[in-house]
Design a protein around this ligand. Structure first.
Ligand code: NAD
Length: 251
């Protein structure tokens, strides 16, 4: 196992309190990063920090809960981090919610909420982080997309629509920010074993797995490993990519 791929890097991970984001936070800490996780509430961020500290005593992790879709709030949060740590190296825009409702039942407020978190928050966090990264000579922005950003899905159109938008933002910002030495990539997970999946009966998980060429759903660690590669200097010439981590799922 390669060690210290992210030694002394300062990494912010939105939605780092559980699931894929938690696995990214733990992996980055194991590779020497200083990690700040953003949760939806101070209490959930604090709980995740406590869990990480019990697993890795003394690890440099802290938690915050700013409003991710506000450029002003995120600029203030990142200014605090830069004042404290001196730099901001990696931003992982991972927080997201899903949707399953049909178009006929889709509530306008629910559509606004998914656009706000899954899409606008990535714009706001990137806009707030980029000036700090540019001033220090570079950085890395990583976004969590989804396999449905390639195919769409038959219900809950807000979810795939926002993930298509995430890919568009990723490819566009990679082109815009490349000259400032800021790399921008996305990871598109397939069905991954998080809380979302834990709520489903095993029979349903077996049925989903049968349609995946690798014959099983993904683990959060398998997704986090790809984030680690993209965050590290091993990916120094990779930008504007959307990397699938889905066992070759075809919908
Ligand atoms: P999860 O529900 O386990 O975690 C979601 C995270 O987002 C949590 O940390 C939560 O606190 C945070 N969050 C939710 N609402 C928030 C808000 N308003 N403000 C700040 N943070 C908020 O989900 P997960 O499966 O780990 O999903 C993480 C990302 O991966 C999402 O972007 C999701 O779309 C994507 N994804 C998941 C799967 C999967 O099968 N699990 C597949 C493809 C893509």
């Amino acid at each position: 196992m390669i060690k210290d791929l992210l030694k002394d890097k300062v990494a912010v991970i939105t939605g780092g309190t559980r699931g894929i984001g938690y696995a990214i936070a733990e992996t980055f800490l194991e590779q020497g990063a200083r990690v700040i996780i953003c949760g939806s509430k101070p209490a959930s961020a604090a709980k995740a920090v406590q869990k990480l500290q019990s697993a890795h005593p003394g690890c440099p992790v802290s938690g915050i809960a700013p409003q991710l879709s506000s450029v002003q709030a995120m600029t203030a949060a990142f200014q605090d981090l830069v004042d404290h740590y001196g730099h901001l190296d990696i931003l992982v825009n991972n927080a997201g919610i899903s949707a399953r409702e049909s178009l006929y039942d889709y509530d306008e407020a629910a559509f606004d909420a998914i656009v706000d978190l899954n899409f606008k928050a990535i714009f706001a966090c990137s806009k707030a982080a980029a000036p700090f990264m540019k001033a220090q000579g570079g950085g890395v922005i990583l976004n969590t997309s989804s396999m449905v950003s390639l195919y769409g899905q038959a219900a809950g159109c807000g979810y795939p629509a926002t993930k298509f938008a995430v890919n568009g933002l990723t490819k566009s910002l990679a082109r815009e920010l490349g000259p400032d030495h800021i790399r921008v990539n996305a990871v598109a997970p397939g069905v991954t074993r998080t809380d979302m999946l834990a709520a489903l009966p095993q029979k349903m998980i077996d049925a989903v797995s049968a349609g995946i060429p690798l014959g099983r759903v993904g683990e959060p660690q398998e997704v986090a490993n790809v984030f680690l590669f993209l965050a590290s200097d091993l990916a120094s010439y990779v930008t504007g990519a959307v990397v699938s981590v889905d066992g070759a799922t075809q919908v």
